[in-house]
Design a binder for this molecule. Structure first.
Ligand code: FE2
Length: 271
């Protein structure tokens, strides 16, 4: 992936099928929990309207009050803004480079949930990238980049009231979380810039596409998976919810990273 373009769109439906969780039956929340604990991602079908999505989202999580959300806690994503509006590109038909949600906050929401109400006429594929695969690939193939990008305070995310943090951050549980955006609302420390370019190439190797049809969607761990979108034409409309898993349904945030002993000596500087 170069600086301006996304990898080719290839969606053979395999991603939807691979991570699909059946929402029928009384124990579907347990199945979602299991999927999120293991892979950090669950896909679903059959959620055909706003009320069904609200029930699913609220049953699983305490909804996060996003500034752009409607009073019911859900955010309608459709092309109502220019793609040039700062921080509002999600409400346009422009492409969205891989990112995590609310990277500007100290503790980003654990879950991102999205359902398709209306697909576009052309384009609009969802991009999904497993941060664990990216981290392990980076540590294995570009150890110096992993060392730099897993250090503290390598980027500033957001506007005036943003967050100074890192792309890969260790958690107290021995796991890692990923935090990223690649638009105009991030500033990387100068010494990290060559390594961010390498990271973008690694992300390109792990990017999967998903062309959602009405009622199809996904739930992902926002501290593990990156998401993005291709540009589109037409009435593409999605509903989004962010939230924290309810008590009793609480997989750990982030992901383990399988490192060699040498790689394990990186990430120093955190206290
Ligand atoms: Fe997003």
């Amino acid at each position: 992936m170069d600086e301006t373009t996304l990898p080719p769109a290839v969606d053979d439906g395999s991603l939807l099928i691979r991570y699909l969780v059946d929402l029928h039956g009384s124990d579907f929340q347990r199945r979602l929990w299991s999927a999120l604990s293991g892979d950090g991602l669950a896909t679903f079908t059959g959620i055909l309207d706003r009320s069904a999505f609200a029930r699913l989202a609220r049953g699983l999580a305490a909804l996060y009050p996003h500034p752009d959300a409607d009073p019911d806690g859900l955010t309608l994503l459709h092309a109502r803004e220019s793609g040039e509006t700062l921080g509002k590109r999600g409400f346009s038909d422009a492409e969205l480079l891989p990112h995590t949600e609310r990277s500007c906050t100290t503790v980003p929401p654990h879950l991102l949930m999205l359902v398709c109400l209306t697909p576009g006429l052309h384009g609009g594929e969802t991009l999904l990238i497993d941060g664990r695969s990216v981290a392990e690939d980076l540590a294995r193939t570009e150890p110096e980049s992993w060392r730099v990008l897993s250090g503290p305070r390598t980027a500033y995310f957001g506007g005036a009231a943003g967050h100074a943090g890192s792309i890969f951050e260790p958690l107290s549980s021995g796991r890692w979380m990923i935090r990223l955006r690649l638009d105009e609302l991030v500033r990387f420390a100068p010494q990290t810039l060559p390594h961010v370019a390498i990271l973008r190439k690694v992300i390109g190797r792990h990017t999967k596409t998903l062309l959602l049809e009405p009622g199809q969607g996904f739930i992902l761990d926002n501290t593990r998976w990156l998401h993005g979108r291709r540009s589109f034409q037409g009435p593409r409309t999605m509903l989004r919810a962010l939230g924290e898993l309810r008590e009793g349904l609480s997989p750990e945030r982030g992901f383990p990273v399988l490192l060699t002993d040498l790689e394990r000596t990186t990430g120093k500087g955190w206290t």
